[in-house]
Unconditional design. Structure first.
Length: 281
């Protein structure tokens, strides 16, 4: 594996306490953890969680999760207050990017101008705190449900603190062409979340939340995404975000080792493919 790659694990991949997840992922070889507000209280509160994470020496590239913000209308005041709470927590634990999912509330506004204005407001809030906002479309989001639409919003806002979180599950489950990645400038790609899947006769949201696979498994050409964005200069974090009921029954050390091995196999296959392509030129 190329040493310059930075690997993070999402705590939601595990069914374990924050101390156990830290120990397992660090031992497996991960550089960082993506954590969420739900990890804080079980760890003893914000200061205790910050101490745990600080002593681990692991980076915290992404903090979860802001939902239903853009186009929130009457709920905007509550959403702004929630965003402030999350950003305040990020400052304490040293996280860099606040992950936000595109609005899935059917009561939200479809007005593009309103959505853009809300995203600009959030980006301004982040900028005042030295933070970033990573915007992620979901296949079940109400209005912004693919990367073409999400990128159009990021372009329209045109703010240094607003970019994308690329999730391969959301990319491939919408049968999105990798051509969309050619539109995205790499300075606006704040994080890349890797997982895989197989065809199942279930709603997409059920597969996403219960049946994801490690990146080197499944049917999707995840290594091709890695090759594509690295050819365009991506040097940021790759994060493991795999929600699978089977993994929740395993010890965190076993999951972390398997996850890291999957990363290695994925990147090895990507490197071999890139070498073959060079040899053919």
């Amino acid at each position: 594996m190329r040493k310059s790659r930075l690997l993070a694990a999402d705590t939601r991949t595990f069914n374990a306490s924050l101390p156990d997840v830290i120990e397992a992922t660090k031992a497996a070889g991960f550089d960082a953890l993506d954590v969420g507000i739900e990890d804080i209280e079980p760890a003893g509160g914000l200061e205790a969680a910050a101490t745990l994470l600080g002593h681990s020496g692991m980076d915290i590239p992404t903090f979860r999760l802001l939902r239903d913000f853009e186009g929130s209308g009457d709920a905007r005041t509550a959403r702004v207050a929630e965003a402030e709470t999350l950003m305040d927590a990020m400052a304490v634990i040293g996280a860099t990017t606040l992950q936000m999912c595109a609005n899935a509330d059917p009561r939200s506004s479809s007005d593009h101008t309103e959505q853009v204005n809300d995203l600009r407001l959030l980006a301004d809030m982040a900028q005042s705190r030295g933070l970033l906002i990573g915007f992620e479309p979901l296949p079940w989001s109400q209005w912004i449900n693919d990367y073409d639409k999400a990128w159009a919003c990021v372009e329209a806002v045109n703010h240094p603190c607003l970019g994308l979180v690329l999730d391969t599950f959301h990319l491939f489950s919408r049968y999105t062409s990798l051509d969309v990645l050619d539109k995205v400038t790499m300075d606006k790609l704040f994080s890349v979340q890797l997982s895989n899947a197989v065809t199942m006769s279930l709603p997409t949201i059920e597969i996403a939340r219960h049946h994801r696979l490690f990146p080197s498994e499944g049917e999707w050409p995840v290594a091709k995404v890695v090759r594509h964005i690295e050819a365009r200069g991506y040097e940021g974090y790759y994060s493991l975000e795999v929600f699978n009921d089977k993994f929740k029954k395993l010890e965190p050390t076993e999951v972390a080792k398997s996850a890291y091995s999957s990363f290695c196999r994925l990147f090895d296959s990507e490197t071999q493919k890139a070498g073959q392509m060079v040899g053919q030129t």
